[in-house]
Ligand binder design. Structure first.
Ligand SMILES: Cc1cc2nc3c(=O)[nH]c(=O)nc-3n(C[C@H](O)[C@H](O)[C@H](O)COP(=O)(O)OP(=O)(O)OC[C@H]3O[C@@H](n4cnc5c(N)ncnc54)[C@H](O)[C@@H]3O)c2cc1C
Length: 393
């Protein structure tokens, strides 16, 4: 099914059979998945109809107009944005069939066990060990900044399976059960006062080999696939004109004429145009994705999104005057999702600081763009061919 009209009528037919006002939320979502109307570009049988990715907007708009329940993308961004495309591309049929449906419906939340205290930007330096033992792998190590680990059923995990190989070549990629008693999750408090993320200790966790994604030693390639998707998921979201941060600050501008100055007017217009250009670039990227997998260009959208969010949230604090300095609540909280609306300017200002760190720092993304989009000479890397265990740490 590749046609807008066909998809629209498929949704309408589905809605006549499943009235959202009377259906149980979960049953409705499961049925939507089974009808191929979840992520329409996925294969038939796995929540999709092999349709072009851009037709997702058509389907989502129809369901939203009918007041249908959504699958809570804000609370399951890692599952939907990163784990799912990785499982689709590198998973076996058995893995796809096991994980994708409860992932999409939000019955099972996912987190990402990549970063470590000594391996953030240099992810390939990670030290968490995975040692083969019969049909299992035994995993030992520490991860950090793991968003929503406390809510997650599953994690995508990268671990070192061969310390004798150079750092990029000795990694393997697994699906880890976060409810295993040998997984310990501890909250980390952020600048906002909230604890969205955690440190995670893996104390001899046994992971069946059937939960490996990709070949042994191929973990870096699988992880790169995940990170390319992460950058598009963070920066290239499918948002409408004047949504997100620019929408919040535009509303502030309209509602508070007493705070306007000519200089602020110029600044708002400049930011509005930049936000719109970034949004349209994201849209173009999504159209490109309809025919392939995400490339390094996703880094540019993520970079622009982070810079803009920080500039706009700073502008909002200035515009709001004294009110911009107020903060609602510093008690340690575990937020249900990360939403830039619904809280005050102070929260947005502080939370936006993380945008240039999470999913790859702006400095590292500039390197990616320089090397892989612009073709400029690469950074000098002396550790590429050295066995990981011989690298200074
Ligand atoms: C809100 C938030 C949520 C996160 N969620 C997750 C998660 O769910 N799962 C997960 O695995 N990780 C998560 N992270 C971690 C994130 O991916 C890392 O923080 C990030 O990759 C940077 O690593 P680092 O903090 O170790 O900084 P470092 O790598 O130590 O970098 C420190 C500084 O040096 C700069 N730098 C490093 N290398 C270079 C270079 N080659 N060239 C130029 N500059 C360089 C960096 O840009 C940075 O400014 C999250 C982070 C945040 C802020």
């Amino acid at each position: 099914m590749t046609d807008t009209a066909q998809l629209r009528s498929a949704v309408r037919e589905f809605l006549t059979e499943h009235d959202p006002s009377t259906s149980d939320r979960l049953e409705f979502l499961r049925a939507r998945f089974d009808a191929g109307l979840a992520w329409v570009n996925y294969p038939a049988g796995l929540g999709g109809l092999d349709a072009p990715r851009e037709l997702q907007q058509v389907v989502d708009a129809e369901f939203a107009a009918a007041g249908a329940p959504d699958n809570d993308p804000a609370g399951n961004g890692i599952g939907l944005g990163m784990a799912a495309p990785t499982i689709l591309r590198f998973g076996t049929d058995e893995q796809r069939n096991r994980y994708l449906r409860p992932l999409w419906t939000g019955e099972e939340i996912w987190c990402q066990l990549f970063s470590e205290p000594g391996a953030g930007s240099d992810l390939a330096a990670l030290a968490t060990r995975a040692v083969r033992d019969g049909d299992d792998w035994v995993v030992e190590g520490q991860k950090v900044w793991t968003s929503f680990a406390h809510k997650a059923k599953w994690a995508i995990l990268v671990a070192r399976s061969d310390p004798d190989a150079p750092k990029h070549k000795g990694l393997s990629y697994f699906v880890c059960d976060m409810t295993d008693p040998n997984v310990q999750v501890r909250p980390l408090r952020q600048i906002t006062g909230e604890a969205e993320f955690n440190e995670v200790f893996l104390n001899g966790v046994r992971i069946p080999d059937s939960q490996r994604l990709g070949e042994v030693g191929q973990g870096w390639q699988v992880a790169m696939g995940t990170l390319m998707n992460e950058r598009v998921a963070i920066g290239g979201g499918n948002t409408g004109r004047e949504s997100g941060m620019i929408g919040v600050v535009s509303q502030e501008w309209r509602e508070n004429p007493q705070n306007r100055t000519p200089a602020a007017h110029d600044r708002l217009l400049q930011l509005w145009v930049e936000a719109e250009a970034t949004r349209l670039t994201g849209q173009r990227l999504r159209q490109q994705l309809a025919v392939g997998t995400p490339g390094p260009e996703g880094s540019a959208v993520k970079l622009a999104f982070a810079r803009l969010n920080q500039e706009i949230s700073g502008f909002e604090v200035e515009l709001a005057g004294e009110r911009g300095l107020e903060y609602d609540d510093w008690t340690l909280r575990r937020p249900e999702n990360v939403a830039f609306t619904g809280r005050g300017p102070g929260y947005r200002y502080l939370r936006a600081k993380g945008n240039s760190i999470e999913g790859g720092t702006s400095e590292v993304l500039r390197n990616v763009i320089a090397e892989r989009v612009l073709g400029l000479p690469p950074e000098i890397r002396t550790d590429k061919d050295v066995p990981w265990k011989e690298l200074p740490r």
